[in-house]
Design a protein around this ligand. Structure first.
Ligand SMILES: [Zn+2]
Ligand SMILES: [Zn+2]
Length: 448
């Protein structure tokens, strides 16, 4: 070993090993290789992780405003002996535990919550309101489960720190701001995440999920989460009196035609094996019943998996909007704004997925670790893979099994992430998340 640094939580045993310059950590006699935490090891830290979950759930913060959230997480990992840096990518945190030779493995959690008014009825439901990036006051809720991810991340950090004599390598715990569409991963990378800190050999993350029973771990090799683009269309008409439509060109009727015609891009123009979603999530025009406005603004969410399908879909959206406007005799061509760069798709490195899913099956049991289908939701965890680090995003089922079975029978889905009623089943989900994260890290950092 070279470059010995004594850190506050270094145990006497570790220190003795570190001082023995002629031997390596792996050569030391000691506890057998640690491959997965025991139930009692998880039970011992669950209370603290659960209390953090409740606290974070009660006190959510919007994207790039996660100051208190980051402070809470930073204090915990600092107390465990990590070297902690805050303010990376505005509100992100990086905590590094150098623990001998071996690979560097990054475990990322998101920090941010959503502008959603909570309707879970939980005793610790959020009543927080905050100003969003546009300056509007909005309710705030951890409606995507990032509070659960942070609690699991914290529990995993504690297990890894308290058992550091049983693994070797560098653990890099990352708390990322603004996952919800505002570029938190890019902000951290632009701020030197892989330059100022050790560049990871592997990056892992885990997200809660509404399609699997609580405690089940889901994996998917290859393309897993789609690209996501926000597209704006403004159609122009000629305004006038609501009683005299013949003197106007009604942009509301025109916009309505466009909304319907866009769906034929998906159903009639596209090869069904190339998934596309086009959702018109926002449509605004007019002020009152008897006035025909002169423009309508629409905001679309477009989901695709490949650059080729993405650019073809954009071209089709432009053609449909322009063609419908022409058919309506609109005075101007519509404005169609498409982003230059997509949020890239999540690509789970196949070899790493295989390695981790095998380890998880071995230690958690085949029934608890299942292959899951790809999704059309997007995730900026993809940025780390795009930056060249083999990455895997795992999922953890978060729904009570009886409720999930009932939903499958009735056909009425359970609330999902981003719903005001999204409430993961706490104990089994959090424990499974901690177990899966620790087991995955140990697969990569375990001593030979
Ligand atoms: Zn989300
Ligand atoms: Zn999320």
């Amino acid at each position: 070993m070279t470059g010995l640094t004594i850190r506050p939580k270094m145990t006497a045993r570790c220190l003795a090993v570190a001082l023995a310059t002629t031997c390596t950590l792996s050569a030391q006699p000691g506890p057998a290789r640690w491959t997965t935490p025991t139930q009692s090891e998880i039970d011992a830290i669950f209370g603290e992780a659960d209390a953090l979950y409740v606290d974070l759930h009660r006190n959510p913060e919007l994207s790039f405003q996660e100051v208190q959230t980051a402070t809470k997480l930073a204090a915990r990992v600092k107390a465990l002996g990590f070297d902690v840096t805050t303010g990376i990518g505005k509100t992100g945190i990086v905590a590094v535990l150098r623990n001998g030779p071996g690979p560097t493995v990054m475990l990322r959690t998101e920090l941010d919550a959503l502008p959603v008014e909570e309707k879970t009825g939980l005793p610790f439901a959020s009543t927080v309101v905050a100003k969003n990036a546009a300056g509007q006051i909005t309710p705030v809720m951890h409606a995507c489960g990032h509070d659960l991810h942070m609690a699991a991340w914290s529990g995993t950090a504690r297990l890894m720190a308290e058992h550091r004599d049983r693994w070797s390598g560098t653990l890099m715990m990352v708390g990322q701001p603004a996952e919800e569409g505002l570029g938190g991963a890019r902000a951290m990378l632009a701020d030197g995440l892989f330059v100022k800190f050790p560049r990871p050999d592997f990056a892992l993350s885990l997200h809660d999920d509404d399609t699997m029973p609580s405690g089940t771990i889901g994996y998917h090799a290859g393309l897993f989460r789609s690209m996501s683009d926000s597209v704006t269309i403004i159609v122009y008409g000629r305004g006038g009196h609501g009683a005299m439509p013949h003197n106007t060109i009604d942009p509301i009727v025109l916009a309505s035609r466009i909304v319907l015609a866009l769906q034929t891009i998906v159903s009639r123009e596209n090869n069904p094996v190339d998934p596309i979603v086009i959702t018109v999530g926002s449509i605004h025009g007019g002020t009152q019943a008897n006035v025909i406005p002169d423009e309508v603004r629409m905001q679309l969410s477009v989901r695709t998996y490949t650059d080729e399908v993405r650019s073809r879909t954009f071209a089709a959206i432009r053609r449909v909007a322009k063609g419908e406007a022409s058919a309506a005799g609109a005075p101007r061509e519509p404005l169609v704004e498409t982003p230059a760069r997509a949020n890239p798709p999540v690509f789970n490195d196949p070899a790493l997925t295989q390695r981790l899913s095998s380890a998880l099956k071995k230690h958690l049991g085949d029934a608890s670790v299942v292959e899951m289908p790809a999704k059309m939701t997007s995730e900026d965890f993809s940025e780390y893979g795009l930056a060249g680090v083999p990455s895997v995003l795992l999922h953890v089922g978060a729904v009570n099994p009886a409720k999930l079975a009932a939903a499958r029978q009735t056909g009425i889905p359970v609330p999902a992430p981003h719903s005001p009623e999204w409430a993961p089943e706490r104990e089994p989900t959090l424990k499974a998340a901690i177990r899966a994260e620790t087991t995955a890290l140990l697969e990569l950092l375990g001593k030979p």
